[in-house]
Design a protein around this ligand. Sequence first.
Ligand code: KIV
Ligand code: ZN
Length: 541
Amino acid sequence: MAKDPGRVLIFDTTLRDGEQSPGASLNLEEKLAIAHQLARLGVDIIEAGFPFASQGDFAAVQRIAESVGTNGQGPIICGLARASEADIKACAEAINPAHRKRIHTFIATSDIHLEHKLRKSRAEVLAIVPEMVSYAKSFVDDVEFSCEDAGRSDPDFLFEIIEAAISAGANTINIPDTVGYTTPTEFGELIESINNNVQNIDDAIISVHGHNDLGLAVANFLEAVKKGARQLECTINGIGERAGNAALEELVMGLHVRRSYYNPFFGREPINPTPLTAIRTEELTKTSRLVSNLTGMVVQPNKAIVGANAFAHESGIHQDGVLKNRLTYEIVDAKTVGLTDNRISLGKLSGRSAVRARLEELGYDLSREDLNDAFTRFKDLADRKRDITDRDLEAIVSEQVQQPEGRFQLKLVQVSCGSKLKPTATVVLNDQEGNEQSTAAIGTGPVDAVCRALNALAGEPNELVEFSVKSVTEGIDAMGEVTIRLRKDGKLYSGHSADTDVVVAAAQAFVNALNRLVSRQKLGSLHPQKDDVIEIARRSI
Ligand code: KIV
Ligand code: ZN
């Protein structure tokens, strides 16, 4: 049986695989904010990015390694690298500042990937694996190796590859269901067969990674845990490529709530109260909101654990039952995941230090300048709204963290509309050189008019593919939260903003999306799984 740390290690890949979600790209400040919160959440490993992708990705991983990876007993900071020297070298440099660091290198092992993507024979791949694992080992002690598309690979070839990777020094072997194809029983059997057929498997921890194309990722992982997997690769809110990755909060709460069921698979008595993960579950809601606010990936209301309705009881029978005894219809106490109603925590008379303290608790560590800005916006909101909730505060600040350098700045937005009027918007924008420009436009509605005017000034032709508004809290004075997604050259860019005036929120969200579009276009970025692996041959750099 593979190495067993006695509990499950949580490997968070929100900043790498999660960020591969269409339109979810994050800037450096946003990645840092999320990494700090992941450390507070207690994840064991943060996969901070794919350093070879671009200078921006490299810088983000390096900053995370410097600031989160040097923090006492904080998480291991990991970077992804394809099985190529150039990737591995870049990764080693980026994670270097961290106290505890890991290189995660991978290559595909399924015939379909070998033939159509890598255009390599099994023998060639089998030769590359130990060479690249050894190369990674020359930089760090902690090396993880992944067999991409393991779920569709020939098990006998997989066993050979894994054995070679472990012999070359891999400490963790990751088994990805890259296309979300397997069923729980199959995936569990695959892990069991690896345990039974790989000679040196005792020298490595078995990890699992999986996508949710059939909605089975979490179920697959929990089955894998029963068969000896001890590291789970997951993302906050399950964000990620296509249908996403296995959701961290669901895995953690599954293992928490059903501990007595899973304990025996760890050789424990069912009643053993020791947690099966090191996650501080009270941080889950906060982390989910932070990730949703910064990525603009809205969490579906009925999403398990972190959806707005996850703890809401609508039907009279359920409400009656819960009032008599919570256990009648609730298996998780909302407080366990940090869901509290902080309605009356802040208001008009609250001072700067109270606002700062609450923001820090919510995961936002703002610079002095950003705090000043946030406080001004807080006061402005408190004039219009009596109770300021955590959700309001998050909405106020998340967009400040979102501003990349060299950005367009919205100076003014004004609309006239009504049943007998042609919706008209006037906008004033500071362009990237700091010049103030203004224009007006007519649209089918006020938001359309605003977007047309902004597009006319920005000169970055794009297609609006999503516009959604939801209220941050209840009540007529609630802030409206707007998410906008733009498409340019097949790539999606999202923007997010909140205001008590939804037209203002829409204008700001549009500008945020434009800013991402401009900065991402400048940087360019490789995709670890889709772009050509030019360097994959055994070449020196
Ligand atoms: O889905 C996948 O196979 C991956 C690997 C790079 C681990 O993300
Ligand atoms: Zn993946």
